[in-house]
Every structure is written in structure tokens, then in C-alpha cells.
Design a protein around this ligand. Structure first.
Ligand SMILES: Cc1cc2nc3c(=O)[nH]c(=O)nc-3n(C[C@H](O)[C@H](O)[C@H](O)COP(=O)(O)O)c2cc1C
Length: 351
């Protein structure tokens, strides 16, 4: 029996955010100690065929931690020790902020899903930036940048720029997050005019590689508009997708009517379709996220055009061995289909 099979029922008795904090505290305590090295030896899958390069960075494997799990950049090294090939910290905002009142994170175990309305709770760029610069992480670290709640939409560009400048030293890539559903008006920033202003400010400040993270709730036309901005500014990649405010009729969890963004299994197919939609329309690397919890799911996104995948909800349901299991399974799937390495499989399902 895996350790997580024993721990999960106990963790799942706790309110979801308390369970998250418990796991966080354990990883924080283990980070940098011999325990982490021991974990790393068990969980890191070191194989040439998993290595990949995207937006100028080298990744030991294609499976990363999605934004939101380590909002304050406290445990990137411990997450790398779990076998993840990159870690995206944040969202970080210019101002530190408490986020929405609790409870604001809900499990839907029957659906292998979560609903959250965290609202960008984080310590703020002045605290997170220096912490990140001190962190010694063996895999690429992305910084997911959000807008402070107090900042009007019209001043969002300065807000994003401020955060970038504070986090520039510690991040390997940067993400304009205009797709979280829990900051009022944020998703309006995905429209062309707003997005152009924010990106122009970040490019001017030197942000590179720079990616944009999109919502699954955009219309096809809106995604195409966003991709036009990616093209115009010669950006380095697109992350798709964030959580959805929609609620599929199939949801069974008692928490399904909670307000917030839905993640996990119920958004998996939709996110994979979004990867394909974006990959068919752009040459920049696509990072596929949404419902990945096993090798088959990661592989589907890779074949649909994702150079990298990320997960959050899968970590909650599958536990700390998920990166190892996905990576090992990917090696089997690559061998089955005759690919020499993961890079060869990227976009294999595209016409
Ligand atoms: C509790 C929670 C907090 C999140 N916070 C952020 C965030 O700060 N920034 C962001 O871009 N995405 C955030 N996300 C979205 C995830 O990064 C990811 O896009 C989404 O959950 C879909 O992936 P998953 O199905 O693997 O969880 C959050 C997700 C959850 C569950």
C-alpha cells in the first residue's frame, strides 16, 4: 500500500484548504533536508526520452506543477523532489492580499474535481520575489502573475509590471494570468486591447520568456484574438487552460454549486480540445493543463500539441507519486507508439 493511500482518508476528513496547508507544511519541513534527497531518489524519473526543451529552457521531463499550488514560492524545491520537471509558482500580485473568506476550496471526490474561489491570496511581490531569488531549484520555475484586487483594470499594466520586476531574478519564465475567475473583472483582461497593454508593459520591462494563460470559457473567436496578440508581440508560449466557471451536468459532488473555478477530471477533455485548438493556430509551445492525473491524460495533451503539461487537482487525488507515475507511464506509451522521445510525440494527433 502506498503511503498516500493511508494518509488520504485522514487528509480528506479535514477541510480542503487545511489539508492543503498540512501537506504544504510537511513539504516545507522536508525541503532542503536529507529527506528531500531520499524522496527525490525514489520519485525523479531520470530518462533521456523525457527531456524536452521549450521557450529556450531545458526540462528534465514534461510534467509540471500548475500555478496555485505554491502561491508564495515556499516549496518549489520540494515539489521538484517529487519528480516534477518544472514548478509554476503564484499567482503573485503586486500587493499582498488575503484572498476571499474561507471556506474557498472544495472537493468533489465523486468527480475527482475541485472548486476554488481563493481570490489570489498571496504574500505579494515584495515578499515573494526575494524568496524566489533565494530558492535553489533544480528545475525551471515559472512565475504566474495576477492582478491585485485593489488595482483598477485600467491600471493593470503597471500592476503586472511591478510584480514582474520584483520576481525577475528568481523566475525562469513568466506568465500573464488573465484567466482566473475569482478576481472581479480579471478575465476581461483577455480582450485584445487590455492584453496588449499588459504585454507591452511586460515586454518593455524585459519579461522573457513570456507566456499567456487562457481560460477554457473563452469563445473560439476570443482565443483567436488572444493568439493574435501572442503573435504580434512574439510571445513565447500559451498555457491552456485555467479553471472553468461552467458546471457540467454530470457533476455529482455535493459542492458542485459552490461559486468558483472547477478543475480536475471534468475539465480534462475540454482542456485537451483547447490545447489542440491553440496548437493548430500557433507555432509557439503550448502548455496543456486541466484534469491531467495519469500518463494517458498527459499523453493525450502532448499528442494534441502540448510541449509540457501541468497539474494541480491530480496531485490532490493521486498524491505525491503522481509525477513519477505519469513519467513512467509516458515512457511506456512512447515506446508502445515507437517514439524515441517525448518531443517526437508533441502534436502527433494534429493533421
Ligand atoms: C486551489 C487552486 C488555486 C489555483 N490558483 C491559480 C493561480 O493562482 N493562478 C493560475 O493561473 N491558476 C490557478 N489555478 C488553476 C490551475 O493552475 C490549473 O490551471 C487548473 O486547476 C486546471 O488544472 P488541474 O485540473 O490539473 O487542477 C488554481 C487551481 C486551484 C485548484
Amino acid at each position: 500500500m502506498r503511503l498516500y493511500d493511508a494518509a488520504k482518508p485522514l487528509l480528506f476528513q479535514l477541510p480542503a484548504e487545511t489539508a492543503h496547508e498540512t501537506v504544504h507544511a510537511a513539504l516545507r519541513a522536508a525541503q532542503g533536508t536529507p529527506v528531500t534527497s531520499a524522496i527525490e531518489r525514489r520519485l525523479a524519473v531520470d530518462d533521456e526520452r523525457l527531456r524536452t526543451t521549450a521557450f529556450g529552457l531545458d526540462f528534465p521531463n514534461p510534467v509540471g506543477v500548475a500555478a496555485g499550488f505554491d502561491k508564495n514560492a515556499e516549496i518549489p524545491r520540494a515539489l521538484a523532489a517529487l519528480g516534477f520537471g518544472h514548478v509554476e509558482v503564484g499567482a503573485v500580485t503586486a500587493e499582498g492580499q488575503p484572498g476571499n473568506p474561507r471556506p474557498r476550496l472544495f472537493r468533489l471526490p465523486e468527480d475527482r474535481a475541485l472548486i476554488n474561489r481563493m481570490g489570489f491570496n498571496n504574500d505579494g511581490a515584495d515578499a515573494v520575489g526575494p524568496r524566489l531569488a533565494r530558492a535553489d531549484v533544480p528545475v525551471p520555475v515559472g512565475v504566474n502573475i495576477g492582478k491585485s484586487k485593489v488595482t483598477p483594470l485600467a491600471e493593470a499594466d503597471d500592476d503586472y509590471r511591478y510584480t514582474y520586476e520584483r520576481c525577475a531574478d528568481g523566475g525562469d519564465y513568466f506568465v500573464v494570468n488573465v484567466s482566473s475567475p475569482n478576481t472581479p473583472g480579471l478575465r476581461e483582461l483577455q480582450d485584445r486591447e487590455h492584453l496588449e497593454r499588459i504585454i507591452a508593459a511586460l515586454v518593455d520591462a524585459g519579461a522573457s520568456p513570456l507566456l499567456v494563460k487562457l481560460s477554457p470559457d473563452l469563445t473560439d473567436a476570443a482565443v483567436e484574438e488572444a493568439l493574435a496578440v501572442v503573435e504580434d508581440f512574439d510571445l513565447d508560449g500559451v498555457i491552456t487552460t485555467n479553471t472553468t466557471t461552467e458546471r457540467p451536468a454530470s457533476l455529482r459532488g455535493v459542492n458542485r454549486a459552490e461559486t468558483g473555478g472547477l478543475s480536475g477530471k471534468p475539465i480534462e477533455e475540454r482542456a485537451t480540445r483547447a490545447v489542440r485548438f491553440v496548437a493548430e493556430r500557433t507555432d509557439v509551445p503550448v502548455v496543456g493543463v486541466g484534469g491531467v492525473a495519469d500518463a494517458a491524460g498527459a499523453y493525450a495533451k502532448i499528442r494534441a500539441g502540448a510541449s509540457l503539461v501541468q497539474l494541480y487537482t491530480g496531485l490532490v487525488y493521486e498524491g505525491p507519486t503522481v509525477a513519477r507515475d505519469v513519467n513512467r507511464g509516458l515512457l511506456d506509451l512512447l515506446a508502445r507508439d515507437g517514439f524515441e522521445g517525448v518531443e517526437e510525440a508533441v502534436g502527433a494527433d494534429l493533421n
